[in-house]
Write a protein that binds this ligand. Structure first.
Ligand SMILES: [Zn+2]
Length: 415
């Protein structure tokens, strides 16, 4: 029985422990085969791997949180700078509240606290307008007591700085195939290759004991590569804008076409149709014009009763019959486009599905459905052409212009 779900940040140790491949090869292929320990290692089909970064890097989506945490912790002695912890506050607002109410002077060591901010162009945190080295930020955050965090049930902010980058399975970033041959890699894979190149360069400059500014610029390019992989909109500095920028993880989730709004929030149901609306002054306010093509597709289920049995039997055997399916009491469906309909005798307890016809009552809806008049019942009138037609007096309650509109069918009980 699941009682609750807790979201937290994976630590570098946890990533290494759960990883199946330590990715060290920058290439995906060699001699026509997937390279072991490469980005297409066969073990990466379903599980994830990892890269060890040679310098710590900010996780760009956590940068605001890191700055807020810094404001809450005394840089000298590590004690928390908030006297009264808030009660009755939403958990996602908690850190923001703490950072806002942090004291200027440490209550323990009476040290005056500096100001912290994020410098987008340099991709670094600044402490009183001076660059605050990421290693110092890490030691600063590490001073925070774990017992304080367990009280508020949060992950330790030191894990917001990446030392180990998880590599998603290949099913998340499939190669571009053409005629069964791999023609290219997914954007994320190219991003990961960039990260690995920058990572190697950092290691090389350190081993070769290159001058400080060269090491620094290598680290900066690694930071930008990781930021670009997570969210390319957050990469600062003067970048060369290439012809086509690779996508990033955040871009997959955001926007109308993204995973959340595009794939998860959209709800499609049966017995509906969607088209453009246009006005029609020959229709009454209670009517709705439905294209013939739609009326032939949408069906209305009817229960066969003692009262309508003979009518339905007539409909069924008629030459231009509108009945498309017959459902027996045991639930078996007969598609009448494959069966000789004259051999079927319906009985009480059976059901049939017929095409939409004039006089059926349907629900008509235009999103956003902001009030109850966004979904109203109308009487069907089947008309030529392909748009839904309505009396112009109905546009106000639907707040309709001539853009897309939804149309839901509800069962008619007339028959
Ligand atoms: Zn202090």
């Amino acid at each position: 029985m699941i009682k609750q779900i807790h979201f937290g940040i994976l630590t570098a140790e946890e990533i290494r422990e759960q990883s199946v491949v330590h990715v060290t090869e920058k290439k995906t292929f060699q001699d026509g085969a997937f390279l072991t320990n490469g980005l297409r290692d066969s073990r990466l089909k379903l599980a994830f791997g990892h890269i060890d970064l040679h310098t710590p890097v900010y996780h760009i989506s956590f940068v605001n949180n890191i700055v807020q945490w810094l404001r809450c912790i005394c840089y000298k002695c590590g004690s928390t700078l908030v006297k009264n912890e808030p009660t009755n506050i939403q958990k996602n607002k908690w850190l923001q509240y703490m950072a806002k109410h942090a004291q200027n002077k440490c209550p323990e060591c009476h040290e005056k606290q500096p100001k912290y901010s994020w410098n987008k162009d340099k991709a670094q945190i600044e402490k009183s307008k001076v660059l605050y080295d990421i290693d110092d930020v890490q030691t600063h955050l590490c001073q925070l007591d774990e017992s304080f965090l367990s009280k508020v049930d949060m992950s330790h902010p030191k894990h917001m700085i990446l030392r180990c980058l998880p590599i998603p399975p290949t099913s998340v970033r499939p190669a571009i195939m053409q005629g069964g041959v791999i023609r290219g890699e997914d954007d994320l894979t190219y991003r990961l290759i960039q990260i690995m190149r920058s990572n190697d360069k950092v290691q090389k400059t350190i081993i070769d004991k290159r001058p400080e500014h060269i090491i620094h610029s290598a680290k900066e390019s690694l930071q930008n590569a990781v930021t670009g992989y997570i969210n390319h909109a957050k990469v600062g500095g003067k970048r060369k804008v290439s012809k086509r920028e690779y996508t990033s993880l955040t871009a997959r989730l955001k926007t109308k076409e993204g995973r959340i709004r595009g794939n998860l929030m959209g709800k499609r149901v049966d017995f509906t149709s969607r088209s453009v609306i246009t006005g029609d002054d020959t229709l009454g306010m209670h009517e709705i014009g439905i294209p013939i093509s739609v009326a032939k597709k949408l069906t209305v289920p009817l229960k066969v009763t003692a009262y309508n049995k003979s009518i339905i039997q007539d409909w069924l055997t008629k030459k231009d019959s509108t009945i498309k399916f017959v459902i027996r009491p045991n639930g078996s469906r007969v598609d009448l486009s494959f069966v000789n309909r004259t051999n079927i005798d319906v009985d009480v307890g059976w059901s049939v599905e017929r095409e939409l016809m004039d006089g059926d009552i349907v629900l008509f809806n235009r999103q956003p459905s902001l009030h109850k008049m966004s979904i109203m019942a109308h009487e069907v009138k089947i008309l030529p052409y392909s748009t839904f037609r309505m009396n112009l007096s109905c546009t106000t309650p639907y707040n309709a212009d001539c853009k897309y509109s939804y149309f839901f069918l509800s069962y008619s009980n007339r028959n």
